[in-house]
Write a protein that binds this ligand. Structure first.
Ligand code: SF4
Ligand code: SF4
Length: 511
């Protein structure tokens, strides 16, 4: 008998669904409480006024149910109660009706729901910086309402693509929020080494949390290190101006249990991806925003980071400078190649393509994860010919971002565009290049080789499909929630394909 059902991420059990306990560590009771929260959010969308308070509940609720965000039953129950209080008419919906319906409809509804969860995370980060867009907010209601309706497969398919369309607007809004608040990212070299003395590691995605922590620690003799998806923060002028923002700690999220083992510093999780916390560092983990984990100290919306600061001072850090490296042994990571920087050298790129010095551009990006098949991406990048560029973003880049791939006409061959939401930068660059070459994005010498793990990757994929981008290679496995019929549509309409081997895929792309 199933105790739970969840198949929203790439590591789902047996490629089908987690039914006893999540591979991510989520227990059945937590999964079921998240389902109750999701059901209540759909009821709220159906039966409440579209206003700021309810929109925030929808966004926070969806974000809370993303993989590796919230493992804390009490906070999920409390949020569900707040949602229920605002439901103003008789409405009853159970998300299990989606999990148990016809597999194609389930697949299409899942694409909408999981895409919406990812988009909620991006909307959340834009919102904390004061950036709100009515069309985006309204779509949360429309899309959630659709999950309780009996629409046709075609109607759901068009909503799937609309999710991608609205997510593009949402990523654009977040880009505007980040760059207007913190400046346009500029190329910056980041060390992976840790200096002696007290330090705090900040992980997740939230720039404002990092800024507030930097302010609160600037005269405390504490160094700050980014981790995971926070790495691109080093490139923002208004964040890099803090001299105690020293470098980046460790590699991608799935290595945290090993890398945080007995670490003599405090760790602040601003968003996903938190993994079950081990005894050897549980006294130094702090959460904030929608992230919560049982027994860990949660920093509330007042953002007083004193407990994190005191813990860092108490632990004292390493006694001597500590050398750490990326997974290929490199200790310098270069970030800051968002659209503004890349487009400032667009002339050089165009000239290099025309002269034949640059033959192809790869976008190798997306999530990292624990599956062994993910070394495909390291091998793929290692094998890209010297006359090609590699654009990258999100945490999958930790598979290769410590390698020096050299340059083409002064342009580094490996260009880190930022976090997963900065897929917007890649889209902007691709569409500007297409304009310059007077062709469509699909006609550019550009190939997308993507990795996915959780729901933010789903909304980005839907945006790429909405834009009509073809021939995307996706791995390490295809989503369990995509039914064979829906997969056929994606293959026929968008020529989406699974990754095979680096050699085979490279040969096929370059031929
Ligand atoms: S989030 Fe992923 S690993 Fe966790 S329960 Fe759901 S499918 Fe399983
Ligand atoms: S890229 Fe994906 S897996 Fe990695 S931290 Fe961002 S959302 Fe999570």
């Amino acid at each position: 008998m199933n105790n739970m059902f969840c198949f929203q991420c790439e590591q789902t059990a047996h490629g089908k669904g987690c039914t006893v306990q999540g591979v991510c560590g989520k227990k059945a009771d937590t999964a079921n409480l998240q389902d109750e929260l999701t059901s209540s959010l759909i009821e709220l969308a159906n039966c409440a006024e579209n206003n700021a308070e309810n929109t925030e509940l929808l966004i926070n609720g969806l974000f809370t149910t993303i993989t590796n965000v919230n493992f804390d039953n009490e906070s999920i129950k409390e949020l569900t109660e707040r949602v229920r209080k605002n439901i103003s008419c008789n409405s009853s919906f159970d998300i299990n009706t989606v999990w148990n319906c016809d597999e194609d409809i389930r697949s299409l509804k899942s694409l909408i729901l999981f895409g919406l969860k990812g988009m909620a995370a991006y909307a959340y980060h834009a919102r904390v910086l004061g950036y709100i867009n009515k069309q985006i907010d309204d779509f949360f209601y429309e899309a959630l309402q659709s999950l309780s309706k009996n629409l046709t497969a075609d109607e759901f398919l068009s909503l799937v693509l609309k999710t991608g369309e609205i997510n593009l607007k949402c990523m654009e809004l977040l880009d505007k929020a980040n760059t207007e608040t913190y400046g346009n990212p500029i190329p910056t070299k980041v060390s992976t080494n840790i200096e002696k003395g007290p330090f705090i590691i900040v992980t997740g995605h939230d720039l404002k949390d990092l800024e507030q922590l930097l302010e609160q620690t600037k005269d405390k003799g504490i160094n700050i290190y980014t981790h995971g998806e926070m790495l691109p923060c080093h490139a923002y002028p208004e964040l890099k101006k803090y001299s105690h923002l020293k470098g980046n700690f460790g590699t991608a999220w799935q290595n945290q249990q090993k890398e945080f083992d007995n670490v003599p510093g405090a760790i602040l999780f601003t968003t996903n991806c938190i993994m079950p916390v081990k005894d050897s560092y549980k006294d130094r983990v702090f959460t904030t925003s929608v992230v919560e984990y049982p027994e860990m100290v949660h920093i509330d919306e007042n953002k007083d980071f004193t407990p994190v600061i005191n813990k860092a001072l108490e632990l004292g850090g390493y006694k001597e400078d500590k050398k750490m490296t990326g997974i290929n042994g490199g200790d310098i990571l270069t970030v800051g190649f968002a659209h503004n920087t890349v487009l400032s050298v667009a002339d050089k790129v165009i000239e290099s393509v025309k002269s034949g010095a640059l033959k192809h551009i790869f976008l190798v990006g997306g999530c990292d994860g624990a599956r062994p098949g993910r070394n495909y991406y390291t091998e793929f990048v290692k094998k890209t010919p010297k006359d090609t560029l590699v654009l990258t973003l999100a945490c999958g880049k930790y598979r290769f971002n410590d390698m020096d791939l050299g340059e083409i006409n002064g342009i580094p061959r490996l260009l880190d565009m930022g976090q997963c939401n900065d897929a917007y930068s890649a889209i902007k660059v691709a569409s500007e290049l297409a304009k310059a070459f007077n062709c469509s994005v699909n006609e550019l010498p550009l190939s997308l080789v993507l990795s996915w793990y959780e729901q933010k990757a789903v909304c980005i994929l839907l945006t790429l499909l909405y834009l009509g981008i073809e021939n995307i290679r996706l791995g390490p496995t295809l989503p369990a929630f995509v039914s064979p019929n829906v997969l056929n549509i994606l293959v026929e309409k968008f020529k989406i394909k699974p990754i095979t081997t680096p050699d085979r895929d490279l040969k096929e792309i370059l031929s």
